[in-house]
Design a protein. Structure first.
Length: 308
């Protein structure tokens, strides 16, 4: 399989840190060809906990880029890669050769709340009645050393401990790894994308014409039962190739109009402080790691203050 037919630019995480927006922005560049669906999930097969069984043939992965026409970069974005472990990182190196890797970080306290609301929006965790219950369950699972279970919607707390998995990415990819911050992407997406284009060595002048509307904004469902049913149908259709990416793209706004509701629950400030305390040490270690790799303009949550 020729390396020119598979990805050489990967957004590897983190979930709920604007990876959908980042994928959409970069894929508008004429030198970047985005995969036919944002999350191919191919390298999750190499994670020791995420999926069972051997990975599909590389030709299956290449199909996601069959429409590409010689662009310098072929991009995919699967945010669950970030915490998939060393075997997954090694597989990306082995299969893709010398790819560029992007990881977007977000204040983990904000990210955890977003993960909670997202899981409800897709009909997961129906038996969990509040954010407090969700947090309590995740803390107990972490204390007990419970293994991560694919698709159970309970990875939220684990993902925010960036210091536990970022070192492996830096060790493997070094200068070919770029960290961006969701807070910067929200505040000034053009500057972030322009910086990435400079790093990638592609034309920065076209960035001014990129559409910078937000993507994949989480909306709570009116009906959790309908959300669960829609999620189950989607997964079943994908498993037998009955729901191609183009069809999914057309159906998403239809579903949103039918089942989008309003978020009635609000995070308790005391719970927020508790979550910040949970992540404090990890944030400190992450900040030290980033500074050691030349990052200087860190967001507030990595400087011991509020997100900026």
């Amino acid at each position: 399989m020729s390396g020119s037919r598979i990805a050489n630019l990967v957004i590897a995480g983190v979930p709920k840190a604007a990876t959908g927006s980042l994928f959409a922005y970069l894929a508008q560049h004429p030198d970047v060809c985005g995969s036919d669906e944002k999350e191919t999930g191919y390298f999750n097969f190499y994670s020791p906990w995420r999926r069972q069984g051997p990975p599909p043939p590389i030709e299956v992965y290449a199909q996601h880029f069959a429409h590409c026409a010689g662009e310098p970069y072929r991009l995919e974005a699967t945010p669950t890669y970030c915490y998939g472990g060393r075997p997954l990182i090694t597989a990306i190196r082995t299969v893709l050769g010398e790819p560029k890797i992007i990881i977007s970080l977000r204040d983990p306290a904000d990210r955890l709340w977003s993960a909670y609301t997202f899981q409800h929006s897709v009909g997961h965790n129906a038996g969990i009645g509040s954010y407090a219950e969700y947090l309590d369950l995740l803390e107990r699972r972490r204390r007990d050393g419970a293994e991560l279970v694919p698709g159970d919607g309970l990875h939220g707390l684990h993902i925010g401990f960036y210091a536990e998995y970022l070192p492996d990415w830096f060790d493997e990819f070094g200068e070919d790894l770029r960290i961006v911050f969701a807070e910067d992407l929200r505040r000034d997406p053009q500057a972030v994308v322009q910086g990435l284009c400079t790093w990638l060595g592609i034309d920065t002048s076209v960035v001014a014409s990129v559409g910078f509307d937000a993507r994949n904004v989480t909306r709570p469902p009116r009906s959790k039962r309908l959300a669960r049913a829609a999620r189950a149908v989607k997964r079943r259709a994908e498993s037998v190739n009955l729901l191609p990416p183009a069809a999914q793209h057309r159906l998403r706004p239809v579903y949103a109009r039918l089942n989008a509701g309003e978020q009635s629950e609000r995070p308790d400030p005391a719970l927020r402080r508790h979550v910040e305390d949970l992540y404090r040490k990890s944030n400190q270690v992450t900040a030290e790691l980033l500074v050691a790799h030349g990052y200087r303009d860190l967001p507030g949550w990595l400087r011991g203050g509020p997100a900026s």
